[in-house]
Design a protein around this ligand. Sequence first.
Ligand code: 5GP
Ligand code: ZN
Length: 137
Amino acid sequence: MSVDCLFCRIIAGEIPSYNVYEDEFAFAFLDINPIARGHTLVLPRVHVTKLAELEGEALSGLAAALQRVAAGVEKALEPEGLNIFINQGEVAGQVIPHLHAHIVPREKGDGVRFETPVVKLAEEEFGKVSELISKTI
Ligand code: 5GP
Ligand code: ZN
């Protein structure tokens, strides 16, 4: 646990939250400023900031919990769809430096927007970038 971390303190029960799930590896509660009704955050118990910092059971436990909580949100609220995403790094919108996945229930015409410009890449750039990435994996 990191004493300075809001989400670690929520997991420890020091700060109140509307919890929806917990197990040995993961914890889930409602977002305090929801994008939509049922907006839920799923996080590892261990304090890490990036997905790459998780290993072994902590990683597979988070993945299993994410799937389980998403299924629960679907079953309970019957949205037409879900956005499931992680903001990693300040530039990507990560405000709380404890890794967490967002589950956002979606309905047609709900007004939620993830607006983004489309980057034009030349054919050779696609080739170069896919090679760069695949070599590191
Ligand atoms: P991020 O921008 O880091 O991906 O997401 C952080 C999320 O945590 C935001 O959606 C924000 O509304 C939520 N949040 C911030 N403080 C609290 C809090 O004290 N309790 C809960 N339940 N959610 C919080
Ligand atoms: Zn933390």
